[in-house]
Design a protein around this ligand. Structure first.
Ligand code: NAP
Length: 250
C-alpha cells in the first residue's frame, strides 16, 4: 500500500523529517497547531489548526486515508501526543514519535527541578531577580503572581498582549542559538536566574551551557508525562520504520 503520512509538527525535527520524506518521494502532510505566526516552510503540503480532540483526529486519519502517523511534536505538547496515541489506536493507524532525550545535569550545572509551569511560578516567589524566562508566549500570564522580577523574554513571535509584569524586555528570535551569544546576552542583561523547559535536543541548549559557564542557577521544568508509544530519536530511524528503501510499495 502506498504510504500517506501525517506528521504532527512544530519542531526542528519535524521539519527535518518533512525534508527526508519529500526527498524519498513519499506522500505526507505536516500539521501545525497554528501557534506560530510564520511556520517554517515545508517541502510537503501542510495543514494548520487543531483537529478537534481525539475524535476529530481519528476522523481526519480515516477520511484522509492516513497510513502512518509520526508524532514529531515538542516533548511538552502532551495533549497532542496523548490524542495521537488514542486516535491512532482507534483508527488502527501505526504511530511513532520522533522525539529527543531530556537534558541531564552535568558537572557545573545548578538546576532546581520543578514538575510544571506552576512549580516554576512557585519557585519565583522570592525577592526581585533578573530572570531569563524561556517558556514560550502562551505561558507568560502564568507568571503574573511574581511581578517583582525583571524578565528577559525570548519568543518566536511578539507577545499577543503586554506581559503581566512591568519590568521586562522582549527578544523575538527563532533560534537555534549559540552558547557564546547566549552567554553574552545573559551578561548584557545582568541575568542571575534562568527558567527553562527540559526540551532536550540541541536547538535550545545554548542557554543551559551558557548558564553553566556563568555559574547561574536554572529552574528546570521537567517534562509532562506522555503515554507509552514507539519512539525514534532520529529521522533515519523514522525512515527505517516507514520501510523506506525496501520494496513495500513506495
Ligand atoms: P498541546 O498542548 O499538546 O496541544 C493542545 C492542542 O493543540 C491539541 O489538543 C490540538 O488541538 C492542537 N495541536 C497541538 N499540536 C498540534 C499539531 N502539530 N497539529 C495540529 N494541532 C495541534 O500542544 P502545545 O504544547 O500547545 O504545542 C502546540 C504546537 O507547538 C505543537 O505543534 C508543538 O510541537 C509546538 N511546540 C510546542 C512547544 C511547547 O513548549 N509546548 C515548544 C515548541 C513547539 P485539537 O485537540 O483540537 O486537535
Amino acid at each position: 500500500m502506498t504510504r500517506n503520512l501525517l506528521i504532527l509538527g512544530g519542531t526542528t525535527e519535524a521539519t527535518a523529517l518533512g525534508g527526508a520524506v519529500a526527498e524519498a518521494g513519499l506522500r505526507g502532510t505536516v500539521s501545525f497547531a497554528g501557534r506560530v505566526e510564520r511556520p517554517k516552510r515545508q517541502p510537503l503540503p501542510q495543514r494548520i489548526g487543531g483537529f478537534g480532540g481525539v475524535e476529530g483526529l481519528r476522523d481526519y486519519l480515516v477520511s484522509h486515508q492516513i497510513t502512518h502517523v509520526v508524532d514529531a511534536t515538542h516533548p511538552f505538547a502532551a495533549q497532542m501526543s496523548g490524542n495521537a496515541k488514542t486516535a491512532c489506536a482507534e483508527a488502527g493507524v501505526p504511530l511513532i514519535a520522533l522525539t529527543r532525550a531530556p537534558w541531564g545535569a552535568q558537572t557545573g550545572d545548578s538546576w532546581t527541578h520543578v514538575p510544571d509551569i506552576a512549580g516554576a511560578v512557585a519557585a519565583l516567589d522570592r525577592p526581585a531577580a533578573r530572570i531569563m524566562l524561556a517558556v514560550g508566549r502562551m505561558h507568560l500570564n502564568d507568571f503574573a503572581p511574581n511581578p517583582q522580577h525583571f524578565y528577559l523574554l525570548r519568543l518566536v513571535d511578539p507577545p499577543q498582549s503586554p506581559p503581566p509584569f512591568p519590568d521586562h524586555h522582549v527578544l523575538v528570535s527563532r533560534g537555534p542559538f549559540s552558547t557564546a551569544d547566549d552567554r553574552a546576552l545573559m551578561e548584557a542583561y545582568g541575568i542571575d536566574l534562568i527558567v527553562s523547559k527540559n526540551a532536550g535536543g540541541t536547538g535550545a541548549y545554548a542557554k543551559i551551557e551558557a548558564a553553566r559557564e556563568l555559574g547561574l542557577p536554572v529552574i528546570m521544568i521537567d517534562r509532562p508525562a506522555i503515554p507509552d508509544r514507539a519512539e525514534a530519536y532520529s529521522v533515519d530511524e523514522v525512515m527505517a520504520w516507514l520501510g523506506h528503501g525496501t520494496d513495500l510499495g513506495v
